[in-house]
Write a protein that binds this ligand. Structure first.
Ligand SMILES: Cc1cc2nc3c(=O)[nH]c(=O)nc-3n(C[C@H](O)[C@H](O)[C@H](O)COP(=O)(O)OP(=O)(O)OC[C@H]3O[C@@H](n4cnc5c(N)ncnc54)[C@H](O)[C@@H]3O)c2cc1C
Length: 388
């Protein structure tokens, strides 16, 4: 037996003994995710217990160093943990932009003090973060951002507006791109962290097509930010921003794997009934073949990423493939649901889960950078096409 086999056996036994049965039920939707934060409202005692016990072991962030609240696992061990959690149907104990986006950027660009201060809080789910990148005039052209941070001695004064800030009204802190110089477009951006309760920060929710309101316009009016809350060097925030975007795109590409991690044909068959239309059946089969190929590609990509061997533009290819796949998945779920799938409100339809999920996927190819932008990056940096 190799060390990894032993680790697998012990991990399985530990998960079986410690993961509450309620936390082994499939997630019914976004509300079953635990986002943590100062204002967290646990859905059940089991959800809190699961977060606490996983955080105590460092397994909310298994491959982060243990000095920073992580589990200190190797990439191979972290993969085994993921596989064993999937095999037992364990829910993720914590969903967080701190884990999937800010943490990796802090590990690479943060000072020792910043790592010690912020990473443990992220691992324990104590602080909920939001991302202040996009502005009304700067989405795809992100480096065109205008929110400015003026040097006021020992602090910056931030003024401006962000838009589409996911969960800004529920977040405790923001990681935010600001302009600290107008001398150069990309070379005048800095990366700041600050508390959303700072005087001068306000948010206004925006309604999404699915009927939810998960994101906001975010306004900064003379917000004071201590200088030690800058990550990386002044005017070099673009490097931090791009690195974080790679991790964001990796995270979003995971949508391609589907929540249940099972073939769509199987999932639909388990719901009962049969699909008479041979063309629709063929489309589902073709989808499942593509989804299987995507899962294999994703596994290889994550391995390369963890080993530091992934092409820097590859998260764009994965983001594009994963989100387009997820959109296709939900088109097929709608097509197989017939008129029932249009039911928006009833208890029978789970409050319109199918159409709401389907509409939500329309945003997949926009959030984290649009599909067109990802294709442009692939054309330029991977395919090296002329003029791209
Ligand atoms: C659900 C959701 C959550 C989001 N959460 C956040 C968040 O938490 N924080 C945050 O900062 N932002 C967030 N965003 C914003 C997101 O990053 C932007 O919407 C995205 O980058 C596109 O920018 P834009 O909306 O300004 O569109 P635009 O940049 O105005 O683009 C409009 C259209 O033009 C196309 N286009 C633009 N430039 C080019 C080009 N060079 N080549 C080809 N086509 C081009 C685009 O592909 C798109 O189809 C979120 C968006 C969504 C939908």
């Amino acid at each position: 037996m190799t060390d990894l086999d032993t680790f697998r056996t012990e991990t399985r036994a530990w998960l079986e003994a410690n993961c509450p049965p309620e936390m082994r039920q499939p997630m019914r939707g976004e509300k079953d995710a635990c986002w943590g934060g100062r204002r967290v409202e646990f859905q059940s005692p089991a959800q809190k217990a699961w977060l606490d016990i996983m955080a105590a072991r460092g397994w909310t962030v298994p491959d982060w160093p243990s000095d920073y609240g992580g589990g200190g696992l190797s990439a191979a061990e972290a993969k085994v943990l993921k596989e064993e959690m999937a095999a037992l149907g364990c829910r993720p104990p914590l969903t967080s932009f701190g884990i999937s986006m800010l943490g990796p950027a802090l590990l690479k660009f943060g000072t020792e003090d910043q790592k010690k201060h912020y990473l443990g809080q992220i691992a324990r789910g104590e602080i909920r973060w939001c991302q202040g990148y996009s502005e009304p005039g700067a989405g795809s052209d992100l480096a065109g951002l205008q929110t400015k941070a003026e040097d006021a001695g020992d602090h910056y004064v931030v003024n401006g507006q962000k838009v589409w800030t996911s969960y800004a009204d529920e977040a405790d802190w923001i990681f935010c791109l600001v302009r600290t110089s107008t001398q150069s477009k990309h070379g005048g951006i800095s990366f700041l962290l600050f508390d959303m309760e700072s005087p001068g920060v306000s948010t206004k929710p925006i309604l999404l097509i699915s009927g939810n309101s998960p994101f906001c316009e975010t306004f900064f009016d003379d917000v004071k930010v201590p200088k030690d809350q800058i990550v990386g060097e002044v005017n070099k925030g673009w490097d931090v921003a791009k690195y974080l975007l790679g991790h964001e795109r990796e995270m979003i590409s995971g949508m391609g794997l589907g929540g249940e991690r099972k073939a769509l044909g199987t999932a639909l068959a388990e719901k009962g009934g049969s699909i008479d239309d041979p063309l629709l059946r063929a489309e589902i089969a073709a989808f499942d073949v593509d989804a299987f190929a995507f899962a294999a590609m994703s596994e290889r990509f994550i391995d390369q990423l963890k080993a530091g061997e992934a092409h820097p533009a590859f998260p764009s290819a994965m983001k594009y493939a994963g989100t387009e796949l997820n959109k296709r998945r939900h088109e097929l779920i709608m097509a197989t649901g017939g008129s029932d799938a249009l039911d928006w409100d009833s208890a029978r339809s789970g409050g319109g889960k199918a159409p709401r999920d389907w509409l939500r996927t329309k945003a997949n190819s926009i959030e984290g950078g649009t599909s067109e932008i990802q294709l442009g990056i692939v054309a330029k940096h991977i395919l090296r096409l002329p003029g791209a």
